[in-house]
Write a protein that binds this ligand. Structure first.
Ligand code: FAD
Ligand code: MLT
Ligand code: ZN
Length: 481
């Protein structure tokens, strides 16, 4: 006999208590994405407190699905994702499983440079925990005060330190998860070497909630650098920015920990919406600006000397038109604050289109020229807000509605046109249409179009084998067959 939606909700409530299995009432915080692009309708929002409770929830949903109810599960962390992967659709048949109550630190191994934490730990809390022990957990992004490590792993988040420490994938040693049968796999391990077959940890990382629910992870830690220093640099072309990157990599090697680029219009938007923020250099004076971060393992004096050495060489080579070096941690933080407020400034300006692309960093100037040219042909008045992690070849080539236009209307009517113009150029440079945000529900059609069909076929085979009933996040990542 088919289990009804009401019966499933009752069962979830008896498993977790009514306070932690909510249905009805105002569930906007879980049903709407961070950008307020879409609002769905969840059958229930459940917040398990342990891995065993996550497994029980999955088993209950699986039994309902097997009985004929078309229910599915959307795992959710901090709900800061930018591609609608963690928010339910409008069917009223999706159970949102929020991991936010699972915040335990299960182990901290200072000598092994690792920590084992539950999926709902807020990223910033993990950074602080490591720092309290004199260590560094380097994953860093503007949403770090609200995103959680389970979400970071599920999206393989990038952020601002990738140039030195890699993506979230590179920071994970082991995983605990609940699979589509409701079984728990304990793959938590501090091992740095383990060649015993397929690496299921890496399959889960970046799977965007489509293969299982990550409940805990063992993460890599690093020694804290002795000193970190920043510079804010003006360039007159992106060609010079890319030459500067090559010079910085050559001179600073692994000490180069951040290399962010922002075109003038991105900073103008910050000036408009956050007038209290002071630009280190007048934003009108450069075509683009670089926030360069250098970390030194020896001393503050050496950090300063090496950064100044780089800047001298860059000025001599004619790569910079102006530059400001942070004189203390407060000034460095202010530089990062400006960079990290661009997303908020874009949100304040109105709904917009995000194009989180990557190409080889050497191709960035040519890509930007071509993409602007192609976009102007189809949407001549649209405003490009271009910034991002240039050190990783990753740009946020975002597009804002023309001045005075209705942003929602612009997004609804122009998304496809803008995507096609920009992603065709991305593809011609051998790039990716999603460098770090993932695919979610928003970019599935792009995956269908741009992903290699052989790769897509293997991805479908994996999904079919691990989640044959399509219980986990069925409308995210993989396009409909
Ligand atoms: P959610 O948004 O809750 O979920 C994201 C996806 O992961 C969904 O598909 C969801 O189903 C799945 N998921 C969540 N938890 C689990 C779990 N435990 N098990 C299985 N699946 C799960 N991203 C970057 O990569 N780099 C950036 O620099 C960056 N900057 C950002 C700046 C701002 C201001 C904002 C708002 C977002 C930014 N993002 C960035 C995007 C976002 O913060 C990241 O994708 C982040 O990793 C999402 O974490 P979350 O906990 O909010 O996950
Ligand atoms: C960032 O790097 O700030 C975000 O990933 C960019 C965005 O919001 O598009
Ligand atoms: Zn980013």
């Amino acid at each position: 006999m088919t289990i009804t939606a009401e019966q499933l909700v009752e069962q979830l409530q008896s498993l977790l208590g009514a306070d932690h299995a909510r249905s009805g009432g105002d569930l906007t915080a879980w049903e709407e994405d961070w950008r307020q692009l879409a609002k769905g309708k969840a059958l229930a929002v459940v917040s398990p407190a342990s891995t065993a409770e996550v497994a029980a929830v999955v088993q209950a949903c699986l039994a309902a699905k097997e009985s004929g109810l078309n229910v599915s599960i959307v795992p959710q962390g901090g709900n800061t994702g930018l591609v609608l992967g963690g928010t339910p659709d409008a069917s009223g048949l999706q159970v949102v499983v929020s991991l936010k109550r699972m915040q335990a630190v299960r182990a901290f191994d200072k000598q092994n440079l690792s920590m084992t934490v539950e999926a709902g730990c807020i990223l910033q809390n993990l950074q602080n925990l490591a720092a309290e022990q004199g260590l560094l957990f380097p994953l860093s992004l503007a949403a770090e005060g609200s995103c959680v490590i389970g979400g970071n792993l599920a999206t393989n988040a990038g952020g601002t330190q990738v140039v030195r420490y890699g993506n979230t994938r590179d920071l994970c040693l082991g995983i605990e998860m609940v699979n589509a049968k409701g079984e728990i796999w304990n793959g938590l391990s501090g091992l740095r070497k383990n060649n015993t077959g397929y690496d299921l940890r890496h399959l889960m990382i970046g799977s965007e909630g489509t293969l299982g629910i990550i409940t805990a992870a063992t993460l890599k830690l690093y020694p804290q650098p002795a000193a970190t220093t920043c510079a804010w640099l003006a360039v007159d072309t992106l060609d010079h920015a890319v030459e500067l990157l090559a010079l910085a990599q050559q001179q600073l090697a692994s000490g180069l920990t951040g290399f962010e680029a922002m075109e003038q219009d991105a900073l103008k938007l910050v000036e408009k919406h956050m007038p209290h923020m002071r630009m280190p250099i007048d934003a009108s004076t450069g075509a683009a600006f670089i926030l360069l971060e250098y970390s030194d393992d020896e001393s503050e004096d050496r950090a300063r000397a090496r950064l100044e050495g780089l800047l001298e060489a860059a000025f001599e080579a004619g790569l910079l038109t102006d530059g400001a070096v942070a004189q203390n941690l407060d000034q460095a933080q202010k530089m990062w604050d400006i960079r990290e407020h661009i997303t908020l400034a874009q949100a304040a300006e109105g709904l917009h289109l995000k194009h989180d692309i990557s190409v080889p960093s050497s191709s960035i100037p040519a890509f930007v020229r071509k993409a602007k040219e192609e976009l102007a042909k189809v949407l001549p008045d649209a405003r490009v807000i271009n910034f991002g992690h240039l050190g990783d070849g990753n740009l946020h080539f975002n597009v804002q509605a023309p001045e005075g236009a209705n942003p929602r209307e612009f997004v609804d009517t122009c998304q496809q046109t803008a995507e096609q113009a920009i992603y065709d150029v991305v593809a011609s440079f051998g790039g990716s249409f999603s460098a770090e945000h993932g695919v979610g529900r928003l970019k599935r059609h792009d995956l269908a179009h741009y992903k290699d069909p052989v790769a897509l076929g293997m991805m479908r085979a994996i999904k079919g084998a691990l989640d044959p009933l399509n219980l986990f996040n069925p409308h995210a990542l993989l396009p409909d067959a």
